[in-house]
Design a protein around this ligand. Sequence first.
Ligand code: MN
Length: 252
Amino acid sequence: MLILVTNDDGVRSPGLRALAAAMSTLGRAVIVAPDRNRSAVGHALTLEHPLRAEELKPDLFAVDGTPTDCVNLGIHGLLKQRPQLVVSGINRGANVGDDITYSGTVCAALEASLMGLPAFAISLDSLQFNSQDFAAAADFARQLAERILQQGLPQDTFLNVNVPSGTIRGVQITRQGKRCYGETVVCNQDPRGRNYYWIGGSEVGFEDIPGSDGNALAQDMISVTPLKTNMTHESAHEELRNWSLDSFVSLN
Ligand code: MN
């Protein structure tokens, strides 16, 4: 059994190590992770320059690229055989609602899913970590991985798992909710009197949507959201066909 472990918080992140330790009870866990924090790089793939992978010790690779690069390098280069599972996390902070497409953690699982491999991302709803926080999330990850290895995932599905910090009251299968980001750009002046802007200035919350990922966390429940890579909006597809966009182009 071969399991590829990655994240977006970087190779030194304690959440990554906790996840890898949990996976190593199921088989051989190989870490291929960014050499630094690459949170919020989404599904970015590095094409303009070469990538380096440093083997810090056996089965532990630090890559100077994105989480998606790591999954690519792991599967197509560093691992000698195809893994049975790809896991990403444990991320520092929840990835719910609109976070999903920003999240390097989630997009690493997305990338694995595009490659036809079962995958899940796991995040802890806490920005201040201590080592005990990981125990519950890592233990859930281990059991989930075991189940996926036994019975597989539904076709074209990967999972986005979010674990509350503190008390856990159960597990909910959820839908992607909606973030509310508030005032997110801070403007200030640098020492030379020029403006700079910093995105992510205020606390983010999420809308109160029953059955959503955010609501599950608010109720101290582990949220498991099944996701798919194909984002086509089926009902909009129907509606847009009635727009007769053919009339915008001159047809011969
Ligand atoms: Mn992160």
